[in-house]
Design a protein around this ligand. Structure first.
Ligand SMILES: Nc1ncnc2c1ncn2[C@@H]1O[C@H](COP(=O)(O)OP(=O)(O)O)[C@@H](O)[C@H]1O
Ligand code: SF4
Ligand SMILES: [Mg+2]
Length: 329
């Protein structure tokens, strides 16, 4: 069952495109990853889905969530959905937490925000959530303030708040990027286990393909505010068709790049992500792409059934993804 259907979603600011006609769907209970280098438009996409796009950003297109059109809803209408049916976990847990309030109370407030429950019931639910996100002594730890917890523990509290109302969809934007590597793996595993237990869908956003591929069943690849490839995780890892995806694979420290790092060669994608308004006409990856030809001055459509990609000269299906073009800088 389709939970979220995004079609032709475009966002502009001062006449400059931030998102350019993004199309994708998320089914109920599905775990979908959204990847791309920093500056590709991932956070703006997530914020726009929740009606939280920055001031002055104009939104066009359609976001249907549980059969309801979200584009154009008022703030009040959106706030009935946010936190209740759709919850968000950000990179920096302190932005989501009140530094002056005990964490247990913040979870209780989230439980009561969208539901009428007694105070004893909301307290019971808070302690249960704290235990589920991995606090061994919830009674004692619920009385702490955010600054008395580690970064990983704070992100666990944010996840408990996100789960408080059994959301149908959790948007997690770089949820582990600010954490130590060992804690990252634990928090990711927790998030994956909890969404599976709750039956919630997850849209996991990261610049790191290794993070997304360890958790998600399907991957969306974004560059220049447009989706350049969308496929199952397996297809993305084993048979990417878009040169940008192949480049991300090569440069992902957790996947292709480790052996080359060991060999003393640091793989990078040539050039850097342009700032807003700096992307070329036609294919947004022009100028950085080793397969570019004259036709790339036209915008390539996102084509394909199931496995979709937007490129005039895609990699052959099944061609070795790590073809060496980007290595050795
Ligand atoms: N509040 C904002 N005001 C102006 N430009 C912004 C704002 N937020 C993001 N942008 C721009 O939009 C583009 C996409 O940013 P973002 O969605 O944050 O990328 P990502 O999350 O993929 O790193 C970037 O060029 C960024 O500079
Ligand atoms: S359309 Fe052309 S420039 Fe764009 S990714 Fe494909 S080959 Fe490269
Ligand atoms: Mg971001």
């Amino acid at each position: 069952m389709t939970l979220l259907r995004v079609s032709g979603l475009s966002v502009d600011t001062e006449g400059l495109p931030v998102l350019r006609g993004v199309d994708f769907e998320v089914s109920a209970g599905e775990r979908v990853g959204l990847i791309g280098e920093s500056g590709s438009g991932k956070t703006v996409a997530a914020l726009t889905l929740m009606g939280l796009q920055p001031e002055g950003f104009a939104v066009q297109g359609s976001v249907e969530f549980e059969g309801r059109q979200l584009v154009g809803l008022s703030d009040r209408e959106f706030s009935a959905i946010r936190g209740a049916r759709m919850a968000m976990v950000f990179q920096e847990p302190m932005t989501a937490l009140d530094p002056l309030m005990r964490v247990g109370q913040q979870i209780i407030d989230a439980v009561r925000a969208h539901r009428r429950v007694s105070s004893s019931e909301s307290r019971r639910r808070m302690l249960e959530l704290m235990a589920r996100v991995g606090f061994p002594s919830p009674e004692e730890q619920s009385r702490r303030f955010p600054h008395q917890l580690s970064g990983g523990q704070r992100q666990r509290v944010v996840i408990a708040i996100a789960l408080a109302c059994d959301p149908a969809l959790i948007l997690a934007d770089e949820p582990t990027t600010a954490l130590d590597v060992t804690v990252q793996a634990q928090v990711l595993a927790l998030l994956q286990r909890l969404v599976a237990e709750e039956g919630s869908a997850l849209l996991l956003i990261s610049h790191d393909l290794a993070v997304v591929s360890s958790v998600c069943q399907r991957v969306l690849v974004m560059y220049g505010g447009t989706l350049v490839e969308a496929a199952t995780t397996d297809e993305i890892l084993k048979a990417p068709r878009h040169p940008y995806t192949a480049a991300l694979l090569q440069t992902s420290a957790g996947i292709g790049a480790r052996s080359r790092l060991a060999a003393g060669r640091l793989p990078t994608i040539p050039g850097s992500v342009p700032s807003l308004g700096g992307f070329p006409e036609g294919c947004v990856f022009r100028g950085r792409c080793p397969r570019e030809q004259a036709r790339c001055r036209e915008v390539p459509p996102l084509v394909g059934d199931g496995h979709r990609f937007a490129c005039w000269f895609p990699l052959e299906p099944g061609a070795a993804p790590i073809a060496g073009t980007f290595v050795g800088r």
